[in-house]
Structure formats: structure tokens, C-alpha cells
Design a protein around this ligand. Structure first.
Ligand code: NAI
Ligand code: 15L
Length: 269
């Protein structure tokens, strides 16, 4: 696919949005920014809630593609998740259909499969066909987003790459993250691949760097043209010295989703 020029970035005020606002323009994209919160230093950003269907439709109008990051990114009461992540994502897809946008990159999450037992470090054993096992209402909403993307491909021909993101932060901060970390630079590489690959239909891919301790299989992401450049291993010695190795007898360490399976971090708002 020809590289889309104007891309709507929802969730632009958030952690990933802030990182990608710096890292995506060098690939040639002009970003239109959207968030319910003002975006620092970006007076032209659209400040609106995904619940506002008219605002979402206007935001989508005329863009070549969408990166959908906006939503609740931790656990929250079901009613809040329903409004932001389930209805909000539906509003975005409806707006894309109405405005003729043909390509979306959806930020899914490892928490769609969070109750999958943790495999051996470096095994890459978790494949894309692993059954969904959400660990939270949050993870459940990501499964919904993936299925909505599938429906809009089959019904309306809107292509989506659903990225089951591991942990994308400037550096890994836990031993668990050593296995699922995605560097911000690799995230930008993967988004570029997902925006430009031909014939993606609805593709689901795990999203991380090429970590030595990887738990999942990056084949689908690589098939999009993504070549990860980073590995969390340089952080391993320091993190393991401070936190110890993952303990098979600790329930928090037993599943892919980590603490989301036992005591999930809560959305603060
Ligand atoms: P974040 O919480 O920092 O940013 C989310 C943004 O969405 C916030 O700026 C918030 O204001 C906005 N938002 C929330 N509800 C909204 C609504 N109803 N209408 C408009 N805007 C709304 O999250 P982060 O870390 O930047 O993640 C971005 C996306 O990637 C999220 O969808 C998250 O679930 C997903 N993800 C992130 C991972 C990571 O490691 N950062 C891992 C897996 C998935
Ligand atoms: C996610 O889905 C969250 O949005 C992010 O904040 C991290 O907690 C990440 O998963 C993770 O599993 O580390």
C-alpha cells in the first residue's frame, strides 16, 4: 500500500501517543491528533471524547489511515470500559466506514490473552492462534476491538492490523517486561509496517522488540515487513539483581498478564 500521508492518532496525549508524536513524522506522516485531554504543545489537536460521535466523525474525515490508541489502558469498572473502549472503538470504526478510511492500526494488548500460562523465556511459544484468555475487563475490551476489526474487514473492507502490544515504554522496568518489551523505536517501525503492508485484511500480531527472553512469536509482525532492532537483554542483569527471577510459585508470575491476573493496576480517572 502507498504510505498514507495524513494519519489520525487517537490517544495522542497518552504515553504511547507522546512517544509516537516524535517518532512517526520522520517516516513521512502528517499526524492529526485526537484525545479527550489537551495535547501538550499542540494547540491544533482535537480535544474530544470517543463518546462524541460527531466529533469522532469529523476527526476521521479526510485522513488516509488511523492509529487507534485512545481508551482506558488499565483495569476499570465495566461501565467505564464499555463506554471508552467498546462503544468508543465502535464509534471510530463507524466513522471510518462513513468517511471511507481504509486502514486502521488498533492497539490491542497482551491482556487479551493475559491468562495464558507463562511459557519458558525465549521459547516464543505463544502463537497468534492461542485462544483468547482476557485477564481483566480491559483485556476483554481488546478482544472486542480485534473482533470488531475482523467484522469491519469482512463486511466493509476496512483493513486493520491489531497489535497485541507487550510493554512499550522507554525502557523495561520489571523482569516480566524483559520478555514482552517493545522499544519506542521498534514501535514506530512496526506502526510504519502496519500502515504500509499490502493486503493485511485483518491481521493480528504480537508487538514487541526481538527480546532474548521473548514469550511469543513475532512471525506475523515480521510478515508485515517489521524488522525489530532492539532487545531488552542489556537491562536484564540490573532488573534481576533488584527484583529476582520470576517465581513459578508466585501467582503474579504464572501468567502472561502478570499482575493484571492478580491485582490489576487501575485506571486513575
Ligand atoms: P495512556 O493511558 O497513556 O493513553 C491513553 C490515552 O487515551 C489518554 O491520553 C487518554 O486521555 C485517552 N483516552 C482515554 N479514554 C478516552 C476517550 N473516551 N476519548 C478520548 N480519549 C481517551 O495509554 P498508552 O500507554 O499510551 O497506551 C496507548 C494504547 O495502547 C491504549 O489503547 C493501550 O490499551 C494500548 N496498549 C499500551 C501498552 C503500553 O505498553 N503502553 C501495552 C498494550 C496496549
Ligand atoms: C497494557 O496493556 C497497558 O496498557 C500498559 O500500561 C502496560 O501495563 C502493559 O499492558 C503491560 O502488560 O505491561
Amino acid at each position: 500500500m502507498t504510505a498514507p500521508r495524513t494519519v489520525l492518532l487517537t490517544g495522542a496525549a497518552g504515553g504511547l501517543g507522546t512517544l509516537m508524536r516524535e517518532l512517526l513524522p520522520p517516516y513521512g506522516y502528517r499526524l492529526r491528533l485526537f484525545d479527550q485531554r489537551p495535547v501538550d504543545g499542540e494547540p491544533e489537536a482535537i480535544t474530544a471524547d470517543l463518546a462524541d460521535r460527531a466529533a469522532v466523525r469529523e476527526a476521521v474525515r479526510g485522513v488516509d489511515a488511523i492509529i487507534h490508541f485512545a481508551g482506558i489502558s488499565l483495569e476499570a469498572p465495566f461501565e467505564q470500559i464499555l463506554r471508552a473502549n467498546i462503544e468508543g472503538t465502535y464509534h471510530l470504526y463507524e466513522a471510518a466506514r462513513e468517511e471511507g478510511v481504509r486502514r486502521i492500526v488498533f492497539a490491542s494488548s497482551n491482556h487479551a490473552v493475559g491468562f495464558t500460562p507463562r511459557p519458558a523465556d525465549g521459547s516464543g511459544a505463544i502463537g497468534i492462534g492461542t485462544p483468547r484468555r482476557p485477564d481483566t475487563y480491559y483485556g476483554l475490551s481488546k478482544g472486542f476491538g480485534e473482533d470488531l476489526a475482523s467484522l469491519y474487514w469482512d463486511l466493509h473492507g476496512i483493513e486493520t492490523v491489531s497489535l497485541r502490544i507487550g510493554s512499550c515504554f522507554p525502557r523495561p522496568t520489571t523482569v516480566r517486561m524483559l520478555s514482552i518489551w517493545m522499544s519506542p523505536a521498534d514501535c514506530a517501525r512496526l506502526l510504519h509496517a502496519a500502515l504500509t503492508a499490502e493486503g493485511v485484511g485483518h491481521t493480528v500480531a504480537y508487538a514487541s522488540s526481538a527480546n532474548t527472553r521473548l514469550w511469543w512469536d513475532l512471525t506475523t509482525a515480521r510478515a508485515l515487513g517489521y524488522t525489530p532492532q532492539d532487545d531488552s537483554e542489556p537491562y536484564a542483569a540490573e532488573l534481576i539483581a533488584a527484583q529476582g527471577e520470576l517465581d513459578p510459585d508466585n501467582p503474579e508470575h504464572a501468567h502472561l498478564g502478570g499482575a493484571f491476573c492478580t491485582d490489576p493496576p487501575r485506571w486513575p480517572y
